[in-house]
Design a protein around this ligand. Structure first.
Ligand SMILES: *Cc1c(COP(=O)(O)O)cnc(C)c1O
Length: 399
C-alpha cells in the first residue's frame, strides 16, 4: 500500500530526505503494529561518525538511558562505540550484546548497592562521585576504582537542566578528591553535564573554565588528572533550529587544547546520538471540538512515549492524507488549496487529563485512522515510557 503524507519544507530541515524515504518505504512494505518507534540505521551511523570527530583525544560513550533498545545498542556496539550506564538493567543489555567492561563507564554520581555490586563483578573501572558517602561505597565495593568528580556547572539555555540534583562546588570538590585518594581510590579526573538539549554554546565554556580551576588545585595537591569527561548535552532539532555539533565541538576542542592539553576526553552523548534517527509512527484515534479547541487524539502520549513534552519539548508532525488520491509524482490535490491548517491540542490515549502532549500545533485536518509521524523521537521516548492504563510501550525497530 502506498501512503501519502503531507510533507512540508520545514520537515526537510528536521529529518533528512534519506531517513524519511527509509521510513516511508518501510511503512509501505511492512504491516507493523502501530504505534512503533522506527530508528533509521543510516542516520544513527552518521551521528556516530560526526560525534567526537572534532575533539582531539576524545572517546565517545553512548548514554544508554536515551535509548536502550537492544537493536540500537547492538548496532552502536557494532560500530565500535563505548557506553555510559547507571543501572544493572543497562548493564544487562550491554552484557547480552557482548560489550566488555573496558567499553563501559558509569557517571551516575549516586549508585545503588545492587548496581555497584554487579558493575564491580563485571569489571567496570570508571565511576562518578560527588559525595563522601559515595566515596565510602566505592572504596568498599570497588577498591582502587578510577573515579571522576561530578562538578556542578551552569545549565542555562538547556531545555532539560540536570544541574540541581548532582555536582559539587570547587571547594567541596578538592576535599572529596583528596579524601578519595586517601581511601585508596584513583581520582583520575572531572566530569560535568551542561544540561540536556543544550543550545547555549557558552555553557561548555563556563564548565570548562570551572573544571580548569579544580584541575589545577588537584595538581597542587599532588593529584595529576588525566580524564576530562564532558558529559552529554548536544542538542537535536525538534522544531527550532539548533547549533550544530561541529560548531560545538570545534569550540570545545579549542578550549580543551588551551586548558587541558593532553587530557583524554570522554563524551557521553545520549540525545544527539539517537534523537533525530527516530520517528514515532502513531495513529489518529479520535478528534473532537471542546470549547474553542480542536483536540487530536493519538495512540502515543505523555505516558507511553512523549514524556518529555511535559518538560517543554515540542515535536514536529507529518500527517498522512488518507482521503485524496495523488497525481503521479505530485502532491495530494487538497494540498494545493490555500490554508486548510488548524490549531490542534494533541493528546495521548490514556484517560488521564495530564496526557496532553502539546497545544497550538498547526496541522491540516487528518482523518481518524490516519498515521502521524512524530519526528526526532529517538531519545528519551520509549526509555521513559510506562504501561500506565494498559497501553503497551511501542516497539523499537531499527530499519
Ligand atoms: C543523561 C546523561 C547523559 C546524556 O545526556 P544527553 O543530554 O542526552 O546527551 C550523559 N551523561 C550523564 C551522566 C547523564 O546522566
Amino acid at each position: 500500500m502506498t501512503r501519502v503524507f503531507r510533507i512540508e519544507p520545514f520537515h526537510r530541515e528536521i529529518i533528512s530526505k534519506s531517513s524519511l524515504l527509509n521510513v516511508l518505504s518501510f511503512l509501505d512494505a511492512n504491516d507493523v503494529e502501530i504505534p512503533v518507534l522506527l530508528i533509521d540505521g543510516e542516520q544513527l551511523k552518521r551521528k556516530a561518525t560526526v560525534i567526537g570527530k572534532n575533539i582531539r583525544g576524545s572517546k565517545v560513550f553512548f548514554a544508554v538511558k536515551a535509548n536502550p533498545g537492544i537493536e540500537v545498542i547492538r548496532f552502536l556496539a557494532g560500530l565500535g562505540l563505548s557506553f555510559e550506564i547507571a543501572s544493572e538493567g543497562e548493564l544487562e543489555i550491554l552484557a547480552r550484546v557482548g560489550v566488555g567492561a573496558d567499553r563501559i563507564i558509569t557517571s551516575n554520581p549516586v549508585k545503588t548497592f545492587k548496581f555497584l555490586e554487579r558493575a564491580a563483578r563485571y569489571g567496570i573501572r570508571y565511576y562518578a562521585y560527588d559525595s563522601r558517602e559515595e566515596v565510602e561505597k566505592l572504596a568498599g565495593m570497588v577498591p582502587g576504582a578510577k573515579i571522576y568528580l561530578r562538578l556542578s556547572v551552569p545549565n542555562e539555555g538547556s531545555e532539560w537542566p540536570l544541574s540541581r540534583k548532582f555536582g559539587v562546588e570547587i571547594d567541596e570538590g578538592i576535599s572529596l578528591i583528596t579524601h578519595a585518594a586517601a581511601r585508596g581510590l584513583d581520582p583520575v579526573g572531572i566530569t560535568f553535564h551542561v544540561g540536556s538539549q543544550c543550545t547555549n554554546i557558552y555553557n561548555w565554556n563556563n564548565a570548562l573554565y570551572k573544571a580548569k580551576v579544580l584541575w589545577d588545585m588537584a595538581a597542587k595537591s599532588g593529584i595529576n588528572f588525566s580524564v576530562l569527561n564532558i558529559g552529554g548535552g548536544y542538542p537535536v532539532r525538534y522544531t527550532k533550529s539548533v547549533v550544530g555539533i561541529e560548531e560545538i565541538e570545534k569550540n570545545i576542542d579549542r578550549l580543551i587544547g588551551e586548558l587541558f592539553p593532553g587530557a583524554s576526553v570522554f563524551i557521553e552523548p545520549g540525545r544527539a546520538m539517537v534523537g533525530d534517527a527516530g520517528v514515532f509512527v502513531s495513529r489518529v484515534i479520535g478528534k473532537s471540538r471542546r470549547g474553542d479547541e480542536n483536540w487530536l487524539h493519538l495512540d502515543v502520549g505523555v505516558f507511553n512515549g512523549l514524556m518529555e513534552s511535559v518538560g517543554g519539548i515540542k515535536y514536529s508532525y507529518i500527517v498522512e492524507d488518507s482521503r485524496v488520491g495523488t497525481e503521479k509524482g505530485g502532491r495530494p490535490a487538497a494540498d494545493r488549496k490555500a490554508g486548510g491548517k488548524k490549531s490542534w491540542t494533541v493528546a495521548g490515549p490514556s484517560c488521564d487529563s495530564f496526557d496532553v502532549v502539546d497545544n497550538n500545533v498547526m496541522l491540516r485536518d487528518p482523518e481518524v485512522g490516519a498515521l502521524v509521524l512524530i519526528l526526532s523521537c529517538g531519545a528519551y521516548t520509549t526509555s521513559y515510557a510506562s504501561e500506565f492504563n494498559g497501553f503497551s510501550i511501542p516497539r523499537t525497530l531499527l530499519i
